[in-house]
Design a protein around this ligand. Structure first.
Ligand SMILES: NC(=O)c1ccc[n+]([C@@H]2O[C@H](COP(=O)([O-])OP(=O)(O)OC[C@H]3O[C@@H](n4cnc5c(N)ncnc54)[C@H](OP(=O)(O)O)[C@@H]3O)[C@@H](O)[C@H]2O)c1
Length: 300
């Protein structure tokens, strides 16, 4: 039997959560993963395929009554949340999970932060980060450890909409020399597992696979993909702010413009990490951005 403390992971069927489970199992840590009732066979199979030994799957939802959720948490000593959603999930349901963790006698809680430096922003700079900042203000007897990773490589080369492979462009706002903190999803998961298994980890810990300016990002994407992309400046950071305000006035759905809010927080340097904690965990060797692009760029 493993002597490592048991970790309860919520969001294990998600993009980051599944990788966190894998990273914990790689360290021989026993994991209890919460999955929602009605989870598809496909999602369940990909979770249980990670590794049979050391992984226990329990059914539940973090909106379940806290007593019921506390039973699911059982004897775990740390809870990691990798949920995603609106304020109902990030503020209300995560607070319910926190209360359940307190009831279960958990020691540490790692909330679903995994972002740029949320401690340096104002609540209304970015709607999704505002919810995380709100959740962080909830009183608790537990030790809360926040893991921050900047932006995922996967998001910078995908969801953010910066790269147009067909047009051969990489677009950005603001100063092309402003440093940005970036990390891949698997490396974020590896750092999160390292934090969860490190009894001395406290407070907010900040990690980056690479710190690059947009000019260096452009260079890495070109070298990794072997393709030439024209670097297009879409405007200043103030013009980006004006564009966010324009889009926000047109929609009730903040997810329509949140990618621009992330870019504003990054290109202004407001959410830049002042220090990195990578050196705490030298066993994690982050993937170079160029290598990530080499493997993941779409075929010509
Ligand atoms: N820094 C970055 O660039 C970046 C980019 C993307 C995400 N993130 C962060 O990474 C974290 C995870 O995001 P993700 O993209 O991996 O999310 P995701 O793929 O959407 O997965 C979310 C997970 O949460 C679970 N979940 C949602 N509501 C739940 C509930 N009420 N009870 C139990 N489980 C629930 C989902 O379960 P089901 O499978 O049942 O739906 C799923 O497993 C978030 O904090 C997100 O903001 C950071």
């Amino acid at each position: 039997m493993s002597a490592a403390p048991k970790i309860f992971v919520v969001g294990a069927t998600g993009m980051l959560g599944g990788q966190i489970v894998q990273a914990l199992l790689d360290q021989d840590a026993p994991v209890r993963a919460l999955v929602r009732p009605g989870t598809s066979e496909e999602k369940l199979n990909s979770l249980t395929a990670l590794q049979a030994d050391g992984l226990e799957v329990v059914e539940g939802d973090i909106t379940d009554p806290a007593e019921q959720l506390a039973e699911a948490i059982g004897d775990a000593t740390t809870v990691i949340s990798a949920v995603q959603g609106g304020p109902d999930v990030i503020v209300d349901a995560q607070t319910n999970l926190l209360r359940a963790a307190e009831k279960a006698g958990v020691q540490r809680f790692i909330p679903s932060d995994f972002a740029i430096d949320i401690t340096k922003l104002d609540d209304d700079d970015n709607v999704m980060i505002g919810w995380r900042r709100q959740a962080a203000r909830v009183d608790t007897s537990l030790e809360v450890v926040s893991v921050l990773n900047g932006a995922f490589y996967e998001v910078m080369t995908g969801f953010m909409g910066l790269i147009d492979w067909e047009q051969g462009t990489l677009s950005h706002w603001g100063d092309p020399d402003q440093p940005l903190d970036l990390t891949s999803v698997p490396d974020t998961a590896a750092y999160t597992a390292a934090v969860a298994l490190d009894p001395t980890a406290t407070g907010t810990l900040r990690f980056a696979g690479e710190v690059v300016s947009m000019r260096q990002f452009h260079d890495a994407v070109q070298r990794g993909s072997g393709r030439t992309l024209r670097l297009v400046n879409l405007g200043s950071a103030d013009e980006l702010r004006a564009e966010i305000n324009r889009q926000a006035a047109l929609t009730q759905n903040p997810f329509d413009y949140v990618a621009l809010q992330y870019q504003w927080c990054m290109v202004t340097g407001k959410a830049k990490f002042d220090t990195l904690d990578n050196a705490r965990y030298p066993q994690v060797t982050p993937l170079p951005l160029t290598e990530f692009v080499r493997v993941n760029a779409p075929a010509l």
